[in-house]
Unconditional design. Structure first.
Ligand code: SER
Length: 322
């Protein structure tokens, strides 16, 4: 049966690309994009869109009923850096939106649910190299606390009410179509934009800060793979570790320099350094590999090449149009 999909948070960094891919796979009208704000022109043109506040249970329910939705992807959230500035708002948004969709699934209005967790569930006491699936988790950011709490609730709703909820702990995600907002890993996207625009970048993390990262194409594929896997293969109902690549600002700068030799970088760490220092450097995703055949494709050189070529093309295009 073809699913009828609702993507909440479709105008954001992940939502935009996931909407395109799911529309390619299931058809434009099988995927309803929804967000509190409109997305980019291409997203708005690519199929149906609903203005929706993820915090409003009645509106989310009405949208699910109106479109006879079977599968929901909840991508609306406040990320780590912004979450530290608006602690209660981050808690309210990240938790209430999750409870709304979990409860709709519990009531039988939704068949399947995707909710992203993050490397932010880990904290300063977690082993930082090749972080295992099961380990110490004492997150020190509000965002991380909401993600860890969310994981516990997802597992609870699965165990107690049979809710088919699936989740991935995304690493930092790197993409060129839509900018991320308010995250600690966002430097790894901004660096490409600035490399093309002014050939220099002021980095808010120190040069040796290693973090787990992933190119968006891999992240979208992981998301679609876990949602398509047979129910019985999904053995972890909190959230799966997802690895990808691990690099420092110094390493990505060196890779960019291979393409743009005049590129320079300056390191001026700010409050986000402390957040990054509390997260893993690399992740062990053996369970995702075993349970639903996960394997990432993009490494640092391939991702750098792809990012630069797409951003060069889109800059040329917007200059032509202006
Ligand atoms: N990319 C997120 C952040 O930096 C982590 O999940 O907040």
């Amino acid at each position: 049966m073809t699913p009828k999909i609702l993507i909440i948070g479709a105008s954001g960094q992940i939502g935009t690309e996931l909407t395109y891919e799911l529309r390619l796979k299931y058809g434009r009208n099988a995927v309803i994009a929804a967000d509190i704000k409109e997305g980019k022109y291409h997203l708005m043109e690519s199929g149906p869109f609903e203005l929706l506040d993820a915090m409003n249970y009645d509106d989310v329910k009405a949208c699910v009923e109106k479109h006879e939705i079977t599968d929901v992807y909840l991508l609306a959230a406040m990320l780590s850096a912004t979450g530290e500035r608006f602690t209660m708002k981050a808690w309210d948004l990240n938790m209430n939106s999750l409870f709304h969709v979990l409860n709709l699934a519990k009531e039988g209005l939704i068949k399947k649910l995707f909710w992203p967790s993050s490397i932010a569930v880990f904290g300063p006491t977690t082993p930082r190299e090749n972080t295992p699936q099961y380990t110490i988790m004492e997150p020190s950011t509000v965002y991380g606390i909401t993600k860890q709490t969310g994981e516990r609730w997802c597992e609870y709703y699965h165990e107690k009410y049979g809710v088919d909820v699936r989740s991935i702990r995304y690493p930092g995600l790197i993409s060129w179509k839509t900018l991320p907002g308010g995250g600690t890993t966002d430097y790894a996207v901004a660096i490409f934009h600035e490399a093309i625009r002014v050939q220099k970048y002021r980095c808010f993390l120190s040069e040796e800060t290693a973090l787990p990262m992933m190119y968006m194409k891999d992240a979208v594929r992981a998301t679609m793979d876990i949602m398509e896997a047979p129910q019985e293969n999904i053995k972890i109902r909190s959230s799966y570790n997802l690895g990808g690549i691990s690099f420092t600002p110094k390493m990505i700068a060196a890779e960019i320099k291979k393409h743009i030799p005049e590129f320079t970088i300056k390191y001026v760490p700010d409050y986000r350094q402390e957040i990054a220092d509390s997260w893993p450097k690399s992740i062990d995703d053996t369970r995702a590999q075993q349970d639903w055949n996960w394997k990432h494709e993009y490494d640092l050189p391939e991702m750098t090449k792809t990012m630069l070529s797409h951003l060069e093309k889109s800059t040329a295009f917007s200059l032509e149009k202006s």
